[in-house]
Design a protein around this ligand. Structure first.
Ligand SMILES: [Zn+2]
Length: 215
């Protein structure tokens, strides 16, 4: 696959500078400088935020705060606000096929997001900007974003991703991971919990070629 120079830069230079890494090291601190054992949150959002910061941001891109490691719904908001969000909805996939094409597919370098919650919330709510103010949170009807990471390969049904937020509450890791994708359910092997690795819905992704990065 021919990849844009931006995608090559993400995959060949930026991600390998911090993946793999373990909390407590200089490399991991570039992903998340604040995390400490038992901090009560995982660090997955820090990796796409770091990549965004290394690519640099236009004024439009900076206004989304995509490089600040804010909330996971904030990352989706940044994609929607800039026209770079690709919602993985049943309606979008159906329309693409009816138009004689194929549903949109992630490319290496894209920022992917997984969500949980009802299909109805995902289909209708995950393509809308979510309120970021806590007092407006009840207006938000989308599904819950569970994880964000970087696509290394999404060919076939065995995908390769780069993800922070691995490990546990004592040690956080950033790793390359193989993930199984199920095209029938649009779910991929998600994040570990104490029951193993549940399947999570592919909510959508930020098309990095369309996001207003500087380079
Ligand atoms: Zn969703």
């Amino acid at each position: 696959m021919d990849l844009s120079p931006r995608r090559r830069r993400i995959l060949d230079r930026i991600v390998p500078s911090v993946v793999p890494s373990v909390s407590g090291t200089a490399a991991f601190r570039k992903i998340d400088a604040r995390w400490a054992p038992n901090a009560g949150y995982t660090t997955c959002g820090g990796l796409p935020a770091y990549v965004a910061g290394m690519l640099g941001l236009t004024a439009e891109g900076a206004a989304t705060r995509i490089n600040t490691g804010g909330g996971l719904a904030g990352m989706r908001n940044a994609g929607i606000a800039t026209g770079s969000w690709v919602h993985n909805g049943a309606g979008e996939r159906r329309r693409a096929i009816m138009a004689g094409g194929q549903p949109a597919r992630l490319k290496p370098g894209d920022f992917y997001l997984l969500c949980s919650g009802s299909a109805e919330r995902h289909e209708t709510g995950c393509n809308c900007i979510a309120p970021v103010k806590p007092e407006e949170a009840n207006k938000y009807k989308g599904a819950t974003i569970e994880h964000v990471g970087i696509i290394v390969s999404a060919a076939g049904n065995l995908w390769r991703t780069a993800d922070a937020g691995q490990g546990n509450q004592q040690v956080q890791l950033a790793l390359y991971i193989w993930r199984q994708f199920n095209p029938a359910t649009q779910q991929i092997a998600g994040e570990s919990d104490r029951f193993g690795k549940p399947m999570r819905r592919l909510c959508g992704w930020i098309d990095v070629d369309r996001f207003p990065f500087l380079t």
